[in-house]
Design a protein around this ligand. Structure first.
Ligand code: CUA
Length: 307
């Protein structure tokens, strides 16, 4: 599910073809060099004239490999423009804004009608639609990469980069930060869920309609606000308006927590809240081991109920 050689998107398919063409070109040069080395070493030692050897070195050692490499370079350069979003004339069907943080992803869906849905640490896309990602960073250089769907693109502080993807097969894929950005760089992943277009629209509608703060576990909401969690996290429909941590509206419906690291199930939410700095070294979220068991479990139950 995180393989560039099992493409599920238009861009990834081009990258996979490029990879195999490069492998074939490299193997051709390698096989040729091995063949002439064996020929020279085993059968024809000292039997060719100096002039023939010179021609051999010129053609076999310079012209042939240079020809193959130039052909591969020309093919790669020819392929490159189609992977660049600004070369595309058509408007994307959907725009998704992604802001990289140490070590999580802020995700905003911009629909054609102007409505926005804020999420974090998970990307959902409709199959068969052109999606344009606007990529920026709040701190370090990160890199956004869903190998099964396309090439990677850096998130650079102070810059806005764009990446255009078209998913061709529904399914659950894995994305990963592909640029070293600190201690928990390896733990900065995210699920990329490609859905049927209608299912995706319904999912977005639901994110807009449902007042996210409503969940049956009222005591959890109170504890969450009392402990100041809302200074860093936003939960739509409550007084929690923080923006320095991941948006937790609808966190209960996410597949993972801690940016692709833990399944969103069982005691993982409690574990993350109580021991965030050991679960995710370098995380800017302080650990809360001092919270009582009751507070921890009621906060986790409330968050888990935010679908
Ligand atoms: Cu973010 Cu590596």
């Amino acid at each position: 599910m995180q393989s560039a050689l099992d493409p599920a998107g238009e861009e990834a398919a081009q990258v996979a073809i490029l990879f195999w063409v490069m492998v074939a070109g490299g193997l051709t040069v390698w096989a040729f060099v091995v063949a002439i080395s064996l020929y020279a070493a085993r059968w024809k030692r000292n039997t060719i004239s100096e002039q023939a050897a010179g021609r051999f070195i010129l053609w076999g050692g310079a012209i042939f490999p240079a020809g193959v490499l130039i052909a591969l370079l020309a093919y790669a350069l020819w392929l490159m423009p189609s992977l660049r979003p600004f070369n595309r004339q058509e408007n994307p069907d959907l725009r998704i804004e992604v802001l990289g943080h140490q070590f999580w992803w802020h995700v905003v869906y911009h629909r054609a009608d102007g409505t926005r849905v804020i999420s974090a640490n998970e990307v959902r896309l409709p199959v068969g639609k052109r999606v344009e990602f606007a990529l920026a960073s709040a701190d370090m250089i990160h890199s956004f990469w869903i190998p099964a769907l396309g090439g990677k693109m850096d998130l650079v502080p102070g810059r806005l980069n764009r990446l255009s993807l078209l998913a061709k097969r529904p399914g659950l894929y894995r994305g990963q930060c592909a640029e070293f950005c600190g201690t928990s760089h390896a733990l900065m992943a995210f699920p990329a869920f490609v859905m049927e277009a209608a299912e995706f629209e319904a999912w977005l509608d639901q994110r807009i309609m449902v007042s996210a703060g409503v969940s049956s576990a009222e005591t959890g909401r109170k504890a969450f606000l009392r402990e100041g969690c809302g200074d860093c996290h936003r939960v739509a429909g409550t007084e929690a308006h923080g923006t320095s941590g991941p948006d937790l509206s609808h966190v209960g419906s996410r597949l993972t927590i801690s940016a692709g690291q833990l399944k969103n199930e069982g005691g993982n939410l409690v574990r993350f809240i109580a021991y965030s700095s050991s679960v995710k070294p370098g995380s800017h979220m302080p650990a809360y081991p001092k919270l009582s068991k009751d507070d921890l479990s009621s906060i986790a139950a409330w968050l888990g109920g935010l679908k």
